[in-house]
Design a protein around this ligand. Structure first.
Ligand code: FE2
Length: 362
């Protein structure tokens, strides 16, 4: 039995809890080209935390740090390190969405509330997802301010690199829990399963994982969910779970209209990407074919290519964005393809495992 969809307009923002939001903001601004667009903290009447809203294209990252050691945000960071705490979903009606989600089995973590200032009204509520991750439901149709009450607009320069929107957000969950969370998104949100990969698709000589992708009916929200599978050595998903201390967001995939230009600029700013073996490019023209990009350009930047029956796509993965080998970004340019890069799993995972081995965890 399939649940009625819980209408979701899209991802409103992604909030990271971090150890030092001021410095993280500098990294996302000068590394990735996000513009600082709003701030909240003691100066704006919020006494327990600081938050920096960073924006590029339709993507909004909210970077938040606690100002005292016993704050729940501080405890999150002690446990998990810097990571995604909230994938906020924009809805038409927060009260109805929250009530309906809880009725369908979600655990409520914040009752619906109204925030008001001179610029209007925002409604919010939150439910629990995997690990310590939550989904805030947010309704901001009547709001004209910088971001939300308690925030003021920031003025800061940014040199954008063409990041456009969040393509998908990937969860790593504990072994045996993937199907639980696929069912959760089906039952609570009415999401359908788009695709699944098992350990035969996604394994190398050493490590394996299973993955299923769920999405909302309009396709504005896509959540792949991974779990580790048993291989000869430790799965990269297990390494994540060990360092993150539980389930959480593994990567945000961010789309661009010109991946070659985007990656060239990011590399120039010192952003580090996973390497791809030279041999990957040998049979590429034959494997994919009909690309408008030159193989030499892709090879120089170590960009990966995959195709399906609808077209092809270019993708590349950053190294972890913080000290723990947990959250990273994928940058993706879709040229018709709706794929998640199945054809690249082997090359990609061998590259991840090379990094894992350098950390002594393979
Ligand atoms: Fe991805």
């Amino acid at each position: 039995m399939k649940a009625e969809p819980l209408p979701i307009e899209g991802i409103d923002y992604v909030e990271l809890y971090v150890g030092n939001a001021k410095q993280a903001a500098y990294f996302y601004q000068n590394g990735f080209g996000f513009a600082p667009s709003a701030y909240s903290g003691p100066e704006t009447g919020v006494k327990d935390r600081t938050s920096y809203l960073m924006q590029q294209g339709d993507i909004r990252l909210l970077l938040t740090s606690a100002l005292s050691p016993d704050h729940p945000i501080a405890r999150y960071v002690i446990t998990h390190g810097d990571g995604v705490a909230d994938i906020a979903l924009r809805v038409k009606d927060v009260d109805w969405t929250y009530k309906e989600a809880v009725k369908r089995g979600a655990r409520g973590v914040r009752n619906p509330s109204i925030l008001k200032d001179d610029h209007g009204v925002i409604r919010g509520a939150a439910i629990a997802a995997y690990g310590d991750t939550v989904h805030t439901f947010i309704e901001r149709h009547e709001y004209k301010g910088a971001f939300a009450p308690g925030f003021v607009a920031s003025k800061g320069n940014a040199d954008p690199v063409g990041l456009k929107r969040v393509d998908h957000v990937v969860a790593n969950v504990e072994e045996g829990k993937m199907d639980y969370w696929v069912e959760f998104y089906g039952k609570v949100f009415g999401f359908t399963q788009l695709i699944s990969f098992d350990d035969k698709d996604i394994s190398t000589e050493y490590s394996a994982l299973r993955s299923k992708v769920v999405k909302n009916p309009t396709g504005t929200v896509k959540f792949p969910i991974n779990e580790p599978a048993t291989g000869r050595r430790k799965s990269q998903i297990q390494e994540y779970l060990d360092y993150f201390k539980g389930a959480g967001v593994q990567h945000l995939a961010i789309s661009t209209d010109d991946l070659i230009a985007t990656v060239s600029r990011l590399q120039g700013r010192g952003i580090e990407f996973l390497n791809t073996p030279e041999s990957y490019y040998d049979g590429l023209a034959k494997r994919v074919g009909g690309m408008s990009e030159k193989i030499e350009d892709l090879k120089k930047l170590r960009i990966l290519v995959d195709k399906d029956d609808k077209g092809y796509m270019l993708q590349i993965f950053t190294k972890p964005l913080q000290d723990r080998p947990t959250l990273f970004f994928e940058l993706i340019q879709r040229k018709g393809s709706e794929s998640f890069g199945k054809g690249n799993f082997k090359a990609l995972f061998e590259s991840i495992e090379a990094e894992q081995a350098r950390r002594g965890n393979l």
